[in-house]
Design a protein around this ligand. Structure first.
Ligand code: COA
Length: 261
C-alpha cells in the first residue's frame, strides 16, 4: 500500500488530505481509488457545506501520479487506459461534490496534481508553490480530458507552453495565467483558506450548490447541459426557507441563519 487519502470533518467543512509525504504526495492507484471513495462520502453527507483538498504537510500538494507504479500499471496495454480511467473517475468524483471545493496548494503541484487541482472549484496557493505538467519529460500523453480542462482554464497558448516545455512555473506566473486564483505567503495560506471557507459556508447552501452546478454547466455545449437540474436547483432556492430568512434578515439588519432548506 502506497499512501492514502484521509478525510476529516470539522465545523461542516470536509478536509481531504493527499497523504504520501515520502514521495511528495505522489498519487498512487490506491490514492486515486481513495479519492473516489472519500469524494463520494463527502457528496452524500448533507452536513458538509464546503471541502478543502490539500497535500499532507507543506512541501507538496502532489508531485503528480506515482511514477514508480507506471511500469506495472500504466503500460501501453489495456491497463494503460484502465489507469487513465481510474484517474478520471477520481477527477469526476471530486467535480461531482455538490459543495464548493478549494484546492489548498503548498509546494509542488505537478502532472496529475495539476489535474486534480483543476477538478476543484478554486485554487489558492502559497508563494512558494510551483506548477508543471511534465508529461513530455516522461514520454506520456497527459490525459485528454485533463488537457481539455487545462485549455478551458488557461487557454491554448498557456496550455501549450506548459505541455511543450514541461517547465515549472512559480505561483505568480500561475496566477497570471489564471491557473490559480489567489496567492498568499506560505505561513498565511492555511489561515486564509480557512477564513475564506468559514465565510463562504455562512451563505445559503442551496444558493452555493445552484451556483456551482450552473457555472460548471455553462462550460458545456448547450446540448450537453442538464437543463432540468439547472431549473430544479434554481427553483429550490426560491422555494426555500433560507430565501425567506435571507430577505427577513436583510430587512431586520440581522445576520441570516441559513439551514440549507
Ligand atoms: N512518483 C513517485 N515518486 C516520486 C514522485 C512521483 N511523481 N515525485 C517524487 N517522488 C519521490 C522521489 O523519487 C524521491 O524518492 P526517494 O526519496 O525514494 O528517492 C522522493 O519522492 C523525494 O523526491 P526528490 O526528487 O528527492 O525531491 P526533490 O525536492 O529533489 O524534487 C520533485 C521534488 C517533485 C521536483 C521531483 O521529485 C520530481 O520531479 N518528481 C516527479 C514529478 C513528475 O514528473 N510528476 C509527474 C508525474 S505524472
Amino acid at each position: 500500500m502506497s499512501g492514502s487519502v484521509d478525510l476529516a470533518k470539522k465545523d461542516r467543512i470536509a478536509y481531504l488530505y493527499l497523504n504520501n509525504p515520502e514521495k511528495k504526495n505522489a498519487i498512487s492507484t490506491e490514492m486515486w481509488e481513495g479519492l473516489v471513495a472519500k469524494a463520494q462520502e463527502i457528496s452524500t453527507d448533507s452536513n458538509i457545506r464546503a471541502a478543502i483538498l490539500r497535500g499532507h504537510g507543506m512541501s507538496a500538494f502532489a508531485a503528480g501520479a506515482d511514477i514508480s507504479q507506471f511500469e506495472e500499471k500504466r503500460s501501453p496495454s489495456a491497463e494503460g487506459s484502465t489507469y487513465d480511467s481510474l484517474t478520471e473517475a477520481a477527477i469526476a468524483a471530486i467535480k461531482a461534490i455538490p459543495v464548493p471545493v478549494i484546492a489548498l496548494i503548498h509546494g509542488f503541484c505537478l502532472g496529475g496534481g495539476v489535474s486534480l487541482a483543476l477538478a476543484c472549484d478554486l485554487r489558492f496557493c502559497s508563494n512558494d508553490a510551483t506548477f508543471a505538467v511534465p508529461a513530455a519529460k516522461l514520454g506520456i500523453s497527459y490525459p485528454t480530458p485533463a488537457i481539455e480542462r487545462l485549455v478551458k482554464l488557461i487557454g491554448f497558448s498557456n496550455a501549450k507552453y506548459l505541455l511543450f516545455s514541461g517547465k515549472r512555473i512559480g505561483a505568480q506566473s500561475a496566477k497570471e495565467v489564471h491557473l490559480v486564483d489567489k496567492v498568499f505567503k506560505q505561513e498565511e495560506l492555511d489561515e486564509e483558506v480557512e477564513s475564506f471557507v468559514a465565510s463562504l459556508i455562512e451563505n445559503a447552501p442551496l444558493s452555493l450548490r445552484a451556483a456551482k452546478f450552473i457555472i460548471d454547466q455553462s462550460t458545456l455545449e448547450q446540448h450537453e447541459r442538464d437543463l432540468e437540474k439547472i431549473h430544479m436547483l434554481a427553483r429550490a432556492c426560491f422555494e426555500s426557507d433560507d430565501y425567506k430568512e435571507g430577505v427577513r434578515a436583510f430587512m431586520a439588519s440581522e445576520k441570516p441563519n441559513f439551514q440549507g432548506r
